[in-house]
Write a protein that binds this ligand. Structure first.
Ligand SMILES: O=C(O)[C@@H](CO)OP(=O)(O)O
Length: 246
């Protein structure tokens, strides 16, 4: 059996300000740093260890991975940062406040932009100052590879080739992996692994900073998955929280 751990980044400054983030490279808040460290400590306490880690090229995920690995005393592990694991690109919504946008366009429209499988938000203009096409970290990509907007379907279509080419072979070869990524790049992986339908994926949210553990069989099909939080760690150690409440 293989174990894979997915970790959404801790709270970011734009999570706190309730702004659409996407590929914008915002930092963690102090709460986000604490969440990341706690995630590493829970993983260590529950007996998890890793051979390698993957993350996106966005610092909220990179720092989350770093603090989680520090919490496990594993900062020396090999880390691969790759743009395929970036957050879903939020197009022309990047930077806007989510509540204000809902007031302007209506809750149903904003829910479709946020959670539907195949409704992309309005696209950025290529010359928009917010576009990442001039960002040096993507210099090796062609302009067409750098999105101007994405729906979750688009995100699935860039995450899965990376899964197939890099992550799945590493897991199959016996490597224990920790992947620190984003709400929607993780939703893309969960949709694929758990075969979630296009309609059911609308209701799936990934919390900040809580390790999501997948146990996979030899064909990398999920046997079970669960969130590793404080209570789960205590249960794994047979502590008080494992006892039924009376
Ligand atoms: O703003 C974003 O990029 C994402 C993650 O924070 O938001 P949402 O919850 O709308 O997918």
């Amino acid at each position: 059996m293989h174990k894979l751990v997915l970790l959404r980044h801790g709270e970011s400054t734009w999570n706190l300000e309730n702004r659409f983030t996407g590929w914008t490279d915002v930092d963690l808040t102090p709460t986000g740093v604490e969440q990341a460290r706690a995630a590493g400590q829970w993983l260590k306490a529950a007996g998890f260890d890793f051979d390698a880690a993957y993350t996106s090229v966005l610092k909220r995920a990179i720092w989350t991975l770093w603090h989680a690995l520090d919490g496990m005393d594993r900062t020396w592990l090999p880390v691969t940062a790759d743009w395929h694991l970036n957050e879903r690109h939020y197009g022309a919504l990047q930077g806007l406040n989510k509540a204000e946008t809902a007031r302007e366009y209506g809750d149903a429209q904003v829910l479709a932009w946020r959670r539907s499988y195949d409704t992309p938000p309005p696209a950025l203009e290529p010359g928009d100052a917010r576009s990442e096409r001039g960002d040096i970290r993507y210099a090796r990509l062609s302009p067409e590879q750098i999105p101007l907007t994405e729906c979750l379907k688009d995100t699935v279509e860039r995450v899965l080739p990376y899964w197939d080419a890099e992550i799945a072979p590493a897991i199959s070869s016996g490597r224990r992996l920790l992947i620190a990524a984003h709400g929607n790049s993780i939703r893309a992986l969960v949709k694929y692994l758990d075969k979630v339908s296009d309609s059911d994926i609308v209701g799936l949210n990934i919390p900040n900073g809580i390790p999501l553990v997948y146990e996979l069989d030899a064909e990398l099909q999920p046997i079970r998955s669960y969130y590793l939080d404080e209570a789960a760690v205590a249960a794994a150690r047979g502590g008080a929280a494992a006892q039924p409440a009376r």
